[in-house]
Design a protein around this ligand. Sequence first.
Ligand SMILES: C[S@@+](CC[C@H](N)C(=O)[O-])C[C@H]1O[C@@H](n2cnc3c(N)ncnc32)[C@H](O)[C@@H]1O
Length: 303
Amino acid sequence: MSHISVLLNETIDALLAGRTEGIYIDATFGRGGHTQALLKRLSDNSRVIAFDKDPQAQAVGAVMAAQDSRLMMVHASFADLAEQLDQLNLGLVDGVMADLGISSPQIDQAERGFSFMNDGPLDMRMDNSQGATASQWLQDIEEEDLANILFQYGEERYSRRIAKAIKRAGIIETTGMLAQIVKEAHPKWEKHKHPATRSFQAIRIALNRELDDLVAFLPQAVQVLKPQGRLAVISFHSLEDRVVKHFIQNQSTLPEQGWLPQPEPDPRTLKKIARIAPGDQEVNDNYRSRSAWLRVAERLEHA
Ligand SMILES: C[S@@+](CC[C@H](N)C(=O)[O-])C[C@H]1O[C@@H](n2cnc3c(N)ncnc32)[C@H](O)[C@@H]1O
């Protein structure tokens, strides 16, 4: 039920870069593993502003914030980072981190409807206080759009067959029902992988607009950083990591100019700092960390 934080020390070390004071953003509070590690290393007059769109995570954070006045919890999507910070009137910040995806409590609680292992209502919303559940969403979506989503976000080769089976099934009320429909429609099961793994991932990403939120978040994270402030992002699958990688690449490289002089002023905003994967020990201790990548960048002085 509890959440084991991934790349904990690596992320905090990279984010702080030797500092012990300042204002830091944890864009994905979860169960507060990274937030707590950050607070431990920060001075009394520092601040951590933590975001999560999950009401349960928000409630855990509120309890923590009541015990430590340096912490403030915001129940919002990190896609609205700049606007939320603007309202708090804190000025620029020293570091922004995000640990993407879902937390272990979200997967483990059957009633959240993320898991094909624990049967529960087909919900899958990170913010279950608003919006359509996965069950309603599957009723409303066209078969072709669903097939495209399964292909793009789940890299599911049999996306068309599975989309057809899902749409034929009518109302799908539980995760168990969806898992069974996908399993029956799937002609080729991969070793060590439930046949519904890819479809569940795809539906979750689309329903929660995970990649859209990430694309909206990254430039705002840079915008709210002080010069030399750090951005640290942990991703868990290649689609997310590709977005982070390309963003940092674009922001840290001068455009191809051929023989032309370089543009003035320098359009770059970031300097690449690191790309870190968990070591063997962490992967052994926490299977969920096996696909994680931490990417770190620093805001340039002039930007
Ligand atoms: C992997 S968990 C974070 C775990 C946390 N670092 C810890 O150590 O406890 C990801 C969290 O991000 C939240 N989340 C995902 N997308 C979000 C978004 N767009 N805005 C705010 N929170 C989001 C999820 O609800 C989940 O609680």
